[in-house]
Design a protein around this ligand. Structure first.
Ligand SMILES: [Zn+2]
Length: 422
């Protein structure tokens, strides 16, 4: 299933209107060029100058007018790092929201572990034979020049938005928090083209990123996408994956908004009914009529992860059950579990048979107990965990999960993970 998503990253420039071009597949995200009377406008600039200059070369077959403006839909690095490759020696205006950059700054203190988890989520160290794609991006991107072409914004879009004309092109900016609080979407009223940034792409949205993020305001995300649908665009240009043209552009946006809202409402109802995150992560599902929409398959975002994010975003870590206020320390719990199994040897046998029966999640959970037991063969438990992770990955079409399982297995195997991680 995940392999079928590859067609969303076919490298090339797509003409989405007479004067609007979108480059797909040059790096992880998309970049677009709008051609005006005496210049062009670039929306999002890819990850670094090398990928951006390749896209710029492809754009320049359609226009050689100077760059009059750069627009960042939000502050993530895959949209901002290559600006200089488009501008050359020119220094055009660079537009972004007032809150630009606020998202990642909030958790800067844990940057070292976020970097580690980022590598796993995107499978950055997986071999070509292990890689498929990143759900909404190809896996074979050149990431060596991350952020080197970034040009800081000099024009802030106020919270009330902005309607203006650049290079003779009427253009409207609307604040639209979602994947980040600093996100906006762009509307061309004449061409009826809408640039959604990362609040829409062809996958269930990444309402939570397992690389570790602060709470993404799920309710606002749903509202921002609903607002986009009101424009009834002729073309929807997503932050990643191919543009959607025709009536499907509007139905995709309203379905997307409804899907996000449904996951939010179901989670909130469950919370108020006293249910725990573990229960809700297994119970909440997309409504039947949305489940099989091609732009809502969980290639990138995951419904269960979203449920947990909403839970902790609204209530913090505590699930309301006093049993979980002060659970047993992991070593003590592992000893108790071993006693329950009839001894360490019996627990190890249960772990082995879980693996043999391809009950990989259970094998993982038991290996995490065995690792704490003195006298247990920890090296064996580690091998079981590696095999179980690869077994899970083979069944997984959610790219971040799959990449994380495989990357972690490789790290365990190579011995580079400290005792803390195993
Ligand atoms: Zn992106």
């Amino acid at each position: 299933m995940l392999n079928t998503q590859e067609q969303q990253f076919d490298k090339g420039v797509i003409k989405v209107a007479d004067n609007v071009f979108t480059a797909v597949g040059f790096h992880g995200a998309n970049t677009s060029m709008i051609v005006g009377d005496d210049g062009v406008i670039i929306i999002d600039t890819l990850f670094g100058p090398s990928s951006a200059s390749e896209a710029n070369k492809a754009f320049r077959k359609f226009s050689d007018k100077p760059v009059k403006a750069i627009i960042y839909t939000h502050s993530h690095g895959d949209h901002t790092g290559g600006a200089s490759a488009f501008t050359g020696m020119e220094r055009p205006d660079v537009y972004a929201t007032e809150d630009f950059g606020s998202a990642e700054g909030a958790s800067a203190a844990v940057a070292p572990v976020k970097a580690k988890r980022n590598v796993r989520q995107f499978g950055r160290t997986l071999s070509p034979t292990e890689s498929t794609n990143r759900g909404v991006a190809p896996s074979n991107t050149n990431d060596s020049d991350r952020g080197e072409g970034f040009i800081p914004p000099n024009i802030s879009i106020p919270n009330s938005g902005l309607k203006t004309t650049i290079a003779g092109v009427d253009i409207e900016f609307y604040i639209g928090p979602g994947e980040t609080d600093d996100a906006m979407f762009i509307w061309l009223p004449k061409e009826k083209v809408l640039f959604s940034g990362d609040n829409f792409y062809r996958s269930f949205p990444n309402l939570y990123a397992i690389r570790g993020t602060v709470y993404r305001d799920v309710l606002k995300w749903s509202e921002s996408v609903a607002k986009m649908a009101e424009f009834k665009p002729h073309v929807l240009v997503p932050g990643h994956t191919k543009p959607i043209q025709g009536e499907e552009a509007t139905s995709a946006l309203s379905d997307y908004s409804e899907a996000i809202r449904s996951v939010y409402d179901q989670t909130v109802d469950g919370i108020n009914a006293g249910k725990s995150p573990d229960q809700l992560a297994h119970e909440v599902q997309l409504p039947e009529h949305l489940k099989n929409k091609p732009y809502l398959i969980e290639f990138y975002g995951s419904v269960p992860h979203a449920v947990r994010a909403i839970y902790s975003g609204l209530l913090g870590w505590y699930d309301g059950n006093p049993t979980t206020l002060s659970p047993l320390e992991p070593r003590t719990k592992a000893k108790k579990i071993a006693e329950l199994a009839g001894g360490t040897q019996q627990l190890v046998e249960q772990m082995n048979s879980a693996l043999a029966n391809e009950y990989y999640q259970w094998a993982l959970e038991l290996s995490d107990h065995v690792k704490w037991l003195e006298g247990a063969d920890r090296e064996h438990a580690r091998k079981v965990k590696i095999s179980a992770l690869r077994g899970l990955a083979a069944q997984e079409y959610n790219a971040p999960n799959r990449n994380y399982y495989l990357s972690y297995a490789n790290e365990l195997e190579s011995g580079q993970l400290s005792e803390v991680w195993f």
